[in-house]
Design a protein around this ligand. Structure first.
Ligand code: 6PG
Length: 245
């Protein structure tokens, strides 16, 4: 149901990575054409990415057909340790996916706005349209982590990017939290255009922000909803007292 949110509790970070891998593979299997996955940066997905490169999971993914995008990136060179796509490449993509199926944000562009336009064009070329159609989602799966201020991708609370609906990708000149480097971020409409949006919440550091999200505060993390299914995968340490499911 669109707008509805399902919360799934798992025991710990290892169980969370395994559960996320199963959901990702299920979404890939359901698309017999060209599955599109929108990855996320930060530390939350790293364990999942590493798991996908292990034999058990690697052999279950039709790498030739799957396309990998990223919801946001830090505007730093592509080999910088802060670069989100570099993290995903190092963790699994470089070993598993054909280079042509890895769609990175061009951080060698002149500035974040130009990188945003280039990435919007790349997404639209892949989608075969500049318009989002609820009947034909852009992504099969969108992965998201949540920052301590409730941001997702690089859509920070109170920043203009969160309200943008006429562009798929925006340049974000300043970050609200570390690392304080300019960012490039998908906006809410393309992120919502997915069969499943999967939030990864692991560890006690996430408990405070998860409490605020579950209390219904107006945060980017609460505005981000899939037009399909929205799932919050949370381990026990991340769930606030009394919010166990
Ligand atoms: C980034 C991200 C960002 C991240 C959250 C959670 O570039 O930093 O894409 O949105 O997902 O800040 O980060 P952690 O997983 O490191 O807590």
């Amino acid at each position: 149901m669109a707008g509805h949110r399902t919360i799934i509790e798992v025991s710990d970070a290892a169980a969370l990575a395994a559960a996320a891998a199963e959901r990702l593979i299920k979404r890939i299997d359901a698309n017999k054409d060209r599955p599109a996955i929108c990855l996320t940066g930060g530390s939350s997905p790293k364990r999942l990415y590493e798991l996908l490169a292990t034999d058990t999971y690697r052999n279950r993914i039709p790498w030739e057909r799957v396309h990998w995008f990223i919801g946001d990136d830090r505007f730093v060179p592509e080999n910088d340790v802060l670069n989100n796509m570099a993290m995903a490449k190092g963790a699994f993509l470089d070993r598993c996916a054909p280079a042509a199926n890895i769609h990175a944000i061009r951080t060698d562009a002149a500035n974040p706005d130009e990188a945003a336009s280039l990435y919007a064009r790349e997404l639209q070329a892949f989608h075969g349209s500049g318009r989002l159609d609820p009947a034909r989602p852009l992504f099969d799966l969108v992965l998201l982590g949540v920052g301590p201020d409730g941001h997702i991708a690089s859509l920070f609370p109170g920043y203009p990017g969160i309200a943008v609906t006429d562009r798929w990708v925006v340049g974000v000149p300043e970050a609200h939290v570390k690392p304080f480097v300019p960012r490039v971020s998908l906006t809410l409409p393309p992120l919502a255009s997915c069969r499943e949006m999967l939030f990864l919440m692991s560890g006690e550091d996430k408990r405070a922000i998860l409490g605020r999200v579950l209390a219904g505060e107006d945060l980017p993390a609460n505005r981000a909803r899939s037009n399909g299914e929205t799932v919050w995968l949370c381990d026990r340490a991340a769930l606030p007292e009394g919010d166990s499911v």
